[in-house]
Design a protein around this ligand. Structure first.
Ligand SMILES: Cc1ncc(COP(=O)(O)O)c(C=O)c1O
Length: 433
């Protein structure tokens, strides 16, 4: 590595708390300055024993767990940082189905899904999803990550000269999908339907294809998308819609078909995106759409066509998850998840600045990014693991503690977690004034 200016290194040491992710993305020089400075930054956090990231778990994503932190420290925590909303990642029947699939098909798919990587187990998963969502003439296209679904689907659907209009709070995978497409990109203010309409008016004409991208539950804000109004406006102006139901597929709606079901627009949405990493308890994802769109995605979503198919074990496990989620166990866990979220929110309501609504993604705002490292360290050491987020995942100086409630948490665990939040809010000065 080339040696860089000592004063820059000193700056990182003196001001580590003010550094954010984006600052290590910029460098105009030929030297690997950003890589060297980032390495210094990680060293500082390790020296100070506040590197809270990538703490290894020794078992499944259960509601309490031990974290092996960097520097050899271990802490026991209530786990509100996994989006295993229905606890399916460790359900014995799901594990058994994954084991059966790996025994039958082997470890990897060993080919693109379009060449020889499609197995019977993939077809079974596709059929199970089509049956679960239940609309005629629809199909699914499977991907190896939720991230890749947005990346692949948006960049296949939108070409240079077309437009993507996105909510300003959209997940990185939507933004990157839009960038990759080469189309024009515009953001409307978060959940601001008047602003969306203003942009649609400006953008839509007979020659332009416009795709509006929104989320069922916003991952960084924890509130619901106004899908009913988005769909109405998109139809009025002749635009298409993509709804990312990463945090709501299998959970929201009476039957778990997501916020689209809850708001009565499942049939009207052009592309419904789901990720298997959340309530499904696995990894990968899919886009659910009209068969013709799905067929096109299978070939023209490049990160699908030019990449190995979903592994058989996960595919077998996901097929079992859908069976469980469609039956009484799914209904029972969905109900419990919702009452757990309501209970947890009731413990924090009025005391800290909380995300709106009743969703299981619970956000507590604490403001300045400079608090993030010490705060996360304090939370873990106090026995709570959360999914803390800051710029650029959310706007600057709007850092947040993000917590994922699951159906499997007990009231005692949620009470303990809320106590840690309130005690930390007093210490780090983010109690509601
Ligand atoms: C809204 C949203 N979309 C897509 C993704 C990417 O999903 P995955 O982690 O399965 O790749 C996430 C991940 O957290 C997300 O929150």
């Amino acid at each position: 590595m080339p040696t860089i200016d000592e004063s820059l290194i000193k700056h990182v040491h003196d001001h580590y708390a003010e550094y954010t992710y984006d600052m290590f993305m910029m460098n105009m020089s030929a030297e690997l300055e950003e890589i060297e400075l980032f390495s210094e930054y990680v060293d500082v956090l390790n020296e100070k024993k506040i590197y809270t990231f990538e703490a290894a778990r020794s078992g499944t994503q259960t509601t309490e767990t031990d974290l092996a932190r960097a520097n050899g420290e271990s802490v026991h925590v209530v786990n509100l940082s996994s989006y295993n909303y229905l606890g399916f990642s460790y359900h014995p029947d799901v594990i058994k189905a994954a084991q059966d699939a790996v025994a039958k098909y082997g470890l990897g798919a060993s080919s693109s899904p379009v060449i020889s990587g499609t197995y019977l187990v993939h077809k079974q998963l596709e059929e199970a999803l089509v049956k679960f969502f239940g609309l005629p003439g629809r199909g699914v296209s499977l991907f190896t990550a939720g991230y890749s679904v947005n990346l692949g689907a948006i960049s296949a659907f939108i070409k240079p000269g077309h437009h993507v209009i996105m909510d300003a709070a959209s997940h990185m995978s939507i933004v990157e999908g839009a960038k990759l497409s080469g189309g024009e990109m515009t953001f409307f203010r978060h959940n601001d339907m008047a602003h969306l309409e203003e942009l649609l008016k400006k953008t839509c004409d007979d020659f332009t294809r416009v795709l509006v991208c929104v989320e069922g539950i916003y991952s960084g804000d924890g509130d619901y998308g106004n899908l009913k109004e988005v769909v109405r406006l998109a139809k009025q102006y002749g635009a298409f819609t993509l709804v990312d139901e990463a945090h709501s597929a299998l959970v929201a709606g009476d039957n778990g078909k997501g916020v689209c079901e809850q708001q009565g627009v499942l049939e009207d949405v052009d592309m419904y995106v789901m990720t298997f990493s959340k309530a499904f308890g696995g990894v990968g994802g899919a886009v659910y759409a009209k068969k013709e769109i799905v067929q096109y995605m299978n070939w023209y979503a490049k990160c699908r066509m030019f990449s190995c198919a979903l592994d058989p074990a996960v595919t077998g496990g996901m097929t079992k998850v859908i069976e469980l989620a469609s039956g009484p166990l799914g209904a029972e866990r969905r109900k419990r998840l919702k009452s757990n979220a309501t209970y947890f929110r009731s413990l924090l309501e009025g005391k800290v600045v909380l995300s709106e609504g009743d969703a299981w993604v619970v956000i507590v705002h604490f403001g300045a990014e400079s608090k993030t490292l010490q705060l996360n360290d304090h939370l873990q050491r106090s026995g709570l693991d959360t999914s803390i987020i800051q710029f650029p995942a959310v706007p600057r100086n709007e850092a947040r503690i993000r917590m994922f409630i699951t159906s499997e948490h007990t009231q005692e665990q949620l009470k303990k977690a809320a106590d840690v939040i309130l005690q930390s809010a007093a210490k780090f000065d983010f109690l509601k004034k």
